[in-house]
Ligand binder design. Structure first.
Ligand SMILES: C[S@@+](CC[C@H](N)C(=O)[O-])C[C@H]1O[C@@H](n2cnc3c(N)ncnc32)[C@H](O)[C@@H]1O
Ligand code: SF4
Ligand code: SF4
Length: 343
């Protein structure tokens, strides 16, 4: 059977967290420390990934470093023949031994998400006074041999502090940066919008281009907003410079996301809407590919692929943008887009 499911898998190992980010898409799971993936589900997931010829596994949560056996999980994934990356708020890497243990266990890449550009913003977003710790942790990761990507979530008031943060990150020898903004998310099946002013957010991102181009660190803008919010020329500039990561996973349906209950999710944000469960709805790679062709699943992806706005129909950037993160559209259509496509 043809395998066309992409080359990335996300394994959600827990839901506990040491922060409380105001826009965290996982918050409706209550950061419950009893929500932990079972070893058997990890083993089944790895078998499935192999059968689907997916060899890049991203360990996520909650905060995955809070899992008491995160080293054992990383070691199991690595020794089963996968590249293994960890997506984390990084705080636990203040402890260099903990970081080294994970690297020795086989960790290939760390993605640290920094939740604000300075102390005040970090605390406002996360409700904890840990900005300095996050910076120490980033410094430790930069000094270690593991490869890294530092993702900075910026908000409208951050332009000035962003420039000074860039200088600090450069001094630490950060190799790669991603620039992100928070997106709307579900809170118990209701869309929560963190900030209505997408046009203002777009202007703010545009202001970051020059400081980033001049800072000497490799970077990309992680753009999930529909491109029409940006001023003429900005997106073209990012594309020309190879500085943009865009699109929505719901459109391509690529990759596979497993949550703590071994459910397969259509997107990390959609833990309230699992597609099916490993071991119940499918077990092998062939089962899964057949499951993806089931009428209801196929209709769901067709609905997600449909162009949600007339503005986008003839847009030359459709293949990059795809009208952006579907959560912006769920919001504007009162979730109808979703309810019409998921039973
Ligand atoms: C749920 S977290 C899990 C890993 C880890 N706790 C962390 O924060 O990196 C996974 C990623 O999703 C991002 N994220 C969570 N909610 C988001 C939202 N509403 N919009 C954009 N990114 C979000 C986080 O910043 C992080 O990069
Ligand atoms: S650190 Fe990650 S999991 Fe924790 S609240 Fe923030 S985004 Fe959510
Ligand atoms: S809807 Fe698409 S862009 Fe938005 S979070 Fe989900 S996969 Fe990402």
């Amino acid at each position: 059977m043809q395998r066309s499911i992409g080359n990335k898998a996300w394994l959600t190992i827990n839901r506990e967290c040491n922060l409380r980010c105001s826009w965290c898409y996982a918050q409706s799971r209550g950061y419950d420390n009893s929500l932990v993936i079972r070893n058997e589900a990890i083993e089944r997931s790895l078998k499935l990934f192999k059968e689907l010829q997916i060899y890049n596994v991203f360990v996520i949560g909650g905060e995955p470093t809070m899992h008491q056996d995160v080293c054992g999980i990383v070691s199991l994934i690595k020794s089963s023949g996968f590249n293994v990356s960890l997506i984390t708020n990084g705080l636990k890497f203040c402890d260099v031994k903990f970081l080294n243990d994970l690297v020795d266990a086989g960790l290939d890449m760390v993605g640290i998400s920094l939740k604000g550009c300075d102390q005040d913003k970090y605390e406002k977003v996360t409700r904890f006074d840990y900005f300095e710790s996050a910076m120490v942790a980033i410094g430790n990761v930069c000094k270690s041999k593991v490869s890294h990507d530092i993702s900075v979530t910026v908000s409208n008031e951050d332009v000035e502090s962003f420039t000074s943060l860039l200088q600090d990150l450069k001094k630490m020898d950060v190799k790669r940066l991603s620039i992100d903004v928070e997106r709307p998310f579900f809170d118990s099946k209701t869309i929560c919008d963190v900030d209505e002013s997408l046009a203002i957010k777009a202007r703010m991102l545009e202001c970051l281009f020059s400081p980033l181009e001049n800072c000497g660190v490799e970077y990309v803008f992680n753009v999930r907003m529909p491109f029409f919010f940006f001023s003429g020329g900005f997106v073209e500039k990012l594309i020309q410079h190879g500085r943009i990561v865009s699109g929505c996973q719901l459109i391509g349906g690529n990759g596979i996301i497993i949550d703590t209950n071994a459910n397969v999710l259509p997107c990390n944000q959609m833990h309230e809407y699992p597609l099916g469960q490993l071991g119940v709805d499918f077990a092998t790679g062939d089962d899964y590919l057949a499951f993806r062709k089931r009428k209801d699943i196929d209709s769901f992806y067709k609905a997600m692929n449909a162009c949600p706005n007339a503005k986008c129909v003839d847009c030359q950037y459709w293949s990059y943008c795809g009208a952006g993160c579907r959560f912006y559209w769920f919001r504007d259509s009162g979730n109808n887009l979703l309810h019409n496509s998921i039973s």
